[in-house]
Each structure stands twice: as C-alpha cells, then as structure tokens.
Design a protein around this ligand. Structure first.
Ligand SMILES: [Zn+2]
Length: 201
C-alpha cells in the first residue's frame, strides 16, 4: 500500500491512445483518447448513463482498482484467518484471492470487490458454520476418482472413519481441510489416481 500506484505504467495499463488506436469512432476508448466527434461523445454518454443506472441499482460491475479488496483480505489474514476460508465463503477461487492479496492482480470487477468486502471475520473464523454442500461435492469428486471414503476420513484426521456427509453444516476449519486435501490430491495425483489413491483396495 505504501507505493503510489497512480501512474498508468505502475498499474500496468497501456495509455488510452494506444488502446484506442485500432478502434473506430463511436467507441468510448476513442472518446477517452480525446476524440469529441458526435459518435464518440454519444458512445461515452451511453456508457456514463449505463454506469450511473447500474451503480444506483448497486450492481455495477466495471473494472476498478483492487486496493480495497486487497486491504480487506490482508486484514482478515493478519488476524489469523485462512485465505481458503474466504474462498469458501465467497466462492472466489483461492488462487485469484492470492493474486489480489499479493498485489499481482491490480484491477478487479466491482462485484468481486463487493463480495470480498462483505466478508466479516465472524463468517470465516475456524469455528464458524457453513453449508457443507460444496465440501461434500469435493469429497464426491474424489470418491468418483477412486478414493476410498475411509482413507479420506483418515487423511482429514477424523476419529470416526465416517465422513458425516449427511450433515448440512460443517465448520470453516473442516471445510478448509477438505479443500486443502482436494487441492493437494488434485495437484499430485489426479491423472493416475489408481496407483496413489487406492494402494490397498
Ligand atoms: Zn470520434
């Protein structure tokens, strides 16, 4: 956050003129590059109007700097929250959050920002409850790949060999463990599941 990101170059943006070069008149980029012909002014005011209406309805989804979202993720993570929990609660893929948090992704959709800013610490604490639906979907995918439920339960460190797949809610901690297990197995073992997953069975 310390570094000023106000220059176009710092934000990795091409100058508008370069972007507008290939565009015909009646394109908002041409307007932004300085053209004030009727077609370009019309294109610009149509955009401004649409943006105004959408922003009034709270659903504008234009591209904005990622700074606020980045700060929010970092604040949560600094209090000990697993970034995966934010991914689980928001449905935004963890690598995407990683790129926002790390500053690699500088601009995001407004809807993504709203989704991230809505996440409260209470929602993502390890003991918080969340619908188990998507976690069980991951387990089902692993079972379809040939993994044995008992082994998966052991992998997760459950005392019982049963995965309580009829529970409608699980804790964030459990959901994170399942996600971590899924990601790990996917990365190392998906192509040839047979050998690594089902050694004994
Ligand atoms: Zn023009």
């Amino acid at each position: 956050m310390g570094v000023s990101t106000n220059t176009l170059a710092a934000r990795g943006l091409k100058p508008v003129a370069a972007l507008a070069a290939g565009r015909g008149h009646g394109d908002r980029l041409r307007y932004k590059a300085g053209c004030r012909c009727v077609a370009c002014r019309r294109a610009n005011s149509a955009y401004v109007r649409a943006r105004h209406i959408a922003s009034k309805s709270g659903d504008w989804n234009g591209i904005i700097p990622a700074g606020k979202a980045r700060a929010h993720i970092r604040t949560l993570v600094a209090t000990g929250i697993d970034r995966r929990a934010i991914s689980i609660v928001t449905g935004i893929a963890d690598p995407y959050l990683y790129n926002i948090a790390g500053g690699h992704r500088k601009r995001i959709r407004a809807r993504i920002e709203r989704t991230i800013l809505q996440v409260t610490k209470d929602q993502v604490m390890p003991e918080a409850l969340i619908s188990s639906e998507s976690s069980w979907e991951l387990i089902k995918k692993l079972v379809d790949k040939g993994y044995d439920k008992t082994r998966l339960a052991k992998f997760l460190g459950y005392q019982s060999v049963q995965l309580r797949m009829d529970d409608s809610h699980i804790t964030i901690r459990e959901a994170c463990s399942i996600q971590r297990m899924y990601d790990g197995l996917k990365k190392c073992c998906f192509p040839g599941v047979g050998e690594s997953a089902n050694g004994g069975a």
